[in-house]
Design a protein around this ligand. Structure first.
Ligand code: DCP
Ligand code: MG
Ligand code: MN
Length: 368
């Protein structure tokens, strides 16, 4: 019946979207040719488009797919290959490509982008490193120089590949929240990212801080002070973003329990932090943490962005631009494509979805 056909449709399109996304990621993680980053982008767009098609992709509907923006000869040929064989050979080729395999190992290091990964992995023009132990040896021998963030990425390479349970995410969030409340008793903290999308395992901890009294600004230096205190108390092991604290320590000595908000000047933007948290559950284990403070007026838009996932963000932003000629960002919904001027005011995410005219999706339904 119709229901069964819909199920088939979902499966077929989902599989193709997934494979195109795999190809996109392979190009992104291991671009060996200058054009590869554009290929990655194209496959990404095509993957997103397949997810939003209102028809099932079959050999019989390929002509319809050919008319969809983003489906050039190459991607179309791959869609055909998938429909005829159930697979795309390019994926296998990638998986047997030594250089690309090495590059993928390099891009898994926090702070290493595709360009540096190429340099690390390429035996002809770079260092010919194949895996993390090659990297560690090269660093030890003084052959390879890394920046501070990359050094942390190498040190905790294994830890950062491990996901954590939602209980651990909650424990970490609570530690941060309790500390933040010492500065601002009315601060609001929400857990974003894969946690909010209802995943049972999370790659990192994504925290959004807001405060009702900071409607258009954020307290500059507050995030620095917060994370530096967490570091002094042994919760945070490393900062990955630059943290400036000296000035505020002088005003609010760490012994003092009654911090006053006015010590932080208002700053007309959001602030963000990336760091490493000592696992409260597993001794010796390190977790990635991202914390952002947004002005209250931007809260709902920041939530949409920070909840993700990346695919969903791309899709809904593209929709805002293409269908409405508006701009959706983490800071607002603007009624022109430049993102300038006044944003829509929103108290709930649903108001934003309604304004855009897109079907409401709970956070747990935003995986693609
Ligand atoms: N995000 C985005 N584009 C990026 C990075 C992030 O749109 N380049 C948004 C969408 C993500 C959210 O921020 O869902 C959080 O980013 P994470 O990298 O923490 O990803 P997730 O939390 O979704 O997954 P994980 O469990 O791997 O952390
Ligand atoms: Mg995350
Ligand atoms: Mn994150």
């Amino acid at each position: 019946g119709v229901r069964a056909e819909l199920a088939v449709q979902q499966t077929n399109n989902d599989k193709l979207a997934h494979m195109l996304n795999v190809i996109s990621k392979l190009y992104k993680e291991a671009p060996t040719l200058p054009h590869d980053k554009w290929r990655s982008y194209s496959y990404n767009i095509a993957s997103g488009r397949v997810r939003t098609l209102d028809f099932e992709v079959t050999l019989g509907t390929l002509h319809k797919l050919a008319k969809v923006r983003g489906f050039g000869k190459k991607v179309l040929a791959q869609a055909r290959e998938f429909l005829e064989t159930g697979d795309i050979a390019l994926i296998k080729e990638f998986e047997n490509d030594e250089l690309r395999l090495s590059m993928r190992a390099m891009t898994k290091i926090w702070g290493v982008g595709p360009k540096f990964a190429r340099k690390m992995a390429d035996p002809n023009t770079g260092y010919g490193l194949r895996n993390i132990s090659d990297v560690r040896n090269a660093v030890e021998n003084g052959q390879l120089r890394l920046n501070d963030g990359q050094k942390v990425g190498v040190e905790f390479y294994e830890d950062f590949q491990e996901k954590m349970t939602v209980y651990e995410v909650q424990r970490i969030a609570k530690i941060v929240k309790d500390k933040a409340k010492k500065f601002y008793p009315d601060i609001e903290l929400e857990i974003m990212g894969s946690y909010r999308r209802g995943k049972t395992q999370c790659g990192d901890v994504d925290l959004l801080l807001t405060h009702k009294e900071y409607t258009k600004t954020s307290p500059m230096g507050f995030l620095d002070e917060l994370v530096e205190r967490l570091r002094c108390e042994g919760h945070i092991s490393h900062h990955l973003t630059k943290v400036e604290t000296k000035y505020y320590h002088d005003i609010a000595p760490s012994q003092s329990q009654d911090f006053h908000p006015s010590i932080f000047p208002h700053y007309p933007n959001g602030t963000m932090y990336m760091g490493v948290f000592n696992s409260p559950d597993i001794p010796g284990m390190h977790r990635r943490i991202d914390i952002k403070f947004y002005p209250y007026q931007q809260k709902i838009f920041a939530m949409i962005y920070f909840t993700g996932n990346g695919f969903f963000n791309r899709a809904i932003r593209l929709y805002a631009t293409r269908k409405r000629k508006w701009k959706l960002s983490d800071k607002g919904l603007f009624f022109n494509t430049s993102g300038l001027g006044k944003s829509m005011k929103a108290k709930t995410e649903k108001e934003v979805f309604d304004k855009l005219g897109v079907v409401w999706k709970e956070a747990t339904e935003r995986d693609g």
